[in-house]
Design a protein around this ligand. Structure first.
Ligand code: MLT
Length: 404
């Protein structure tokens, strides 16, 4: 008789955004007359920029001609895109990352879930609390996280690094030594950022401890303050301890198009074994490359027109963020984030739990957000709103919340 991977049975509930989706669908079915504003999942709403659309059209035409048709993409990504990324995201910031250290994929969510496969099952992970659920859930599926305690909402073999208002939502170096450290800055869900000096302290720590930092920089395009690092490779020594994950979803609106990449420097080694070669082996075996049309769209992100158009999109979302943040503050809410990230993280009012506030907002204001406790126990008592909605919806949601 076959056996299943019973690590899946240890997972609590369903994936956070599926749970929210089901709740909202049930409410909406019962109240078809209500107009619901969705500021829950961080999904973009602006259409793809013209420079990206025209690159896609051109690539579609190429696919219709025998002379320019492309079959399987190179499994690590087309050279034109890897070079554009190396120049646009790294050389431009003085970070030493070469095109052949970049692995193109169909999105950062998959990479952030898959990257754990190249590490031993006895590695111990450290995560911020609250945290993007994919990091923990995928390690749990692999059997690396021990047992789940529903009372504390913690896994026995995970090191949690609380990020709360008291520490400015910046994790402190852990007491116990982890092997893998997941960091995401600007942060999802708290919307906070850390300075280059703070990130340098993590890089130094990882090099000392022999740990690897898995650095998720999906929200880098939203950084507005000086001295906030755009990539971990701005820090000295990061080439020997860090993997970086990057998405095209949030900076270029690719949530429905799918494109991302992972950087593994060739200097990152466990003894003699290069992690770069392990990931290349994994990629080559399990993946046939992101589609040509989408990689050409990705290349257009780095063109002059693409950059200008995307800067305006980011500005629009950040204008929503400011509007929501200032509006909630004026209404007496304690609000964080929304300065270097498209997320607003607020304290739930009147001692409500995160899920109580979720229900309250859904039922009384027909506004959907994300309960902080869904991201981890230290998220309890907090709530996340995304700035990725339209301006009109952001203003309308704010109006409804203020009315409460
Ligand atoms: C979020 O809402 O946290 C993100 O959009 C989820 C994701 O990027 O997968």
């Amino acid at each position: 008789m076959y056996k299943i991977n019973d690590n899946y049975l240890k997972l609590p509930g369903s994936y956070l955004f599926s749970t929210i989706g089901k709740k909202v669908a049930a409410y909406s079915a019962a109240h078809p007359d209500k107009t619901i504003i969705r500021l829950g999942i961080g999904d973009v709403t602006q259409p793809l920029a013209p420079a990206i659309i025209s690159a896609m059209h051109k690539a579609v035409d190429e696919m219709g001609e025998a002379a320019t048709f492309r079959g399987y993409a190179p499994d690590l990504g087309y050279e034109f895109l890897r070079s554009a990324i190396a120049r646009g995201d790294y050389a431009s910031r003085g970070a030493d990352i070469q095109a052949d250290e970049i692995f193109v994929s169909d999105g950062a969510k998959c990479d952030s879930g898959n990257i754990q496969e190249i590490f031993g099952l006895d590695n111990r992970i450290a995560v911020c609390d609250p945290v993007y659920p994919v990091y923990v859930d995928t390690n749990a599926m692999a059997g690396r996280t021990g047992e789940y305690d529903p009372k504390t909402q913690r896994w026995s073999n995970v090191i949690y690094m609380p990020c709360t208002a008291e520490n400015g939502f910046a994790p402190e170096l852990p007491q116990e030594t982890p092997d893998l450290i997941y960091l995401c800055f600007p942060n999802n869900p708290t919307g906070s950022a850390i300075t280059k000096e703070q990130l340098q302290a993590w890089v130094d720590y990882a090099n000392r401890a022999g740990a690897v930092i898995i650095y998720d920089a999906a929200y880098e395009a939203y950084i507005s303050e000086e001295n906030v690092p755009h990539t971990i490779y701005e820090c000295e020594g990061a080439r020997t301890c860090a993997i970086e994950l990057k998405s095209f979803s949030k900076n270029a609106g690719f949530t429905g198009v799918r494109l991302g990449y992972t950087v593994i420097p060739k200097d990152l080694k466990c003894g003699d074994v290069s992690l770069h070669s392990l990931w290349a082996r994994r990629h080559g075996t399990k993946y046939n490359g992101a589609p040509y049309i989408i990689q050409r769209a990705g290349e257009a992100v780095y063109s002059k027109e693409g950059r200008q158009q995307l800067a305006r999109q980011v500005e629009t979302y950040m204008y929503n963020a400011r509007t929501i943040r200032e509006g909630l503050e004026a209404a007496g809410y304690k609000v964080y984030g929304g300065v270097n990230a498209p997320y607003i993280w607020l304290k739930t009012p009147g001692g409500m739990t995160s899920w109580e506030f979720f229900d309250y907002l859904l039922e009384q204001a027909n506004v959907v957000g994300t309960p902080g406790s869904g991201f981890g126990p230290s998220g309890e008592g907090y709530f996340r709103l995304t700035a990725f909605g339209s301006y009109e919806n952001s203003v309308e949601a704010l109006k409804r919340i203020r009315k409460l």
